[in-house]
Design a protein around this ligand. Sequence first.
Ligand SMILES: [Zn+2]
Length: 166
Amino acid sequence: MRRRRCSIHSTPSSDTRRVPQPSELSDDEKALIAAARAAADNAYAPYSNFHVGAAVRAEDGRIFTAANVENASYGLSLCAEANAIAAAAVAGVRTLTHVAVVGYPAAAPDGPTLATPCGRCRQMIAEFAGGDAIVLVQSRDGTQTLRAPFREILPHAFGPDRLAGG
Ligand SMILES: [Zn+2]
């Protein structure tokens, strides 16, 4: 049976070739990815065995990290991105500038997996990140990196501006 997991396991595709390589990321971006990688190590993922860590940067520079937390009732499992966004929101954050994600199958942690955010998480990101916010996804081994404005990750997103008539 294919079990649910936090993020989509995707293999590198052509859309990753036009983005900066890890060496081209800013120091802040590298630090955010490192925070996401560290968080993934604390994932509670006994069912999917797919570890995901997320780190989000608030407009004021604060960083919030989280991992996926699964449940024996699979549908209740929580994604790393959602947990990090919730932590930020509870701390008063309303605007995110960056979202970093690192995910990997526990059985092969150092492969090239890019754990791009699932659809639900993209919508959660849309609540707090404008189109210019940067999404960073890197494989745990650092060989694959996706760096893109959020508007490319979720085009035509439904966000708070829509409710306001935007
Ligand atoms: Zn998700």
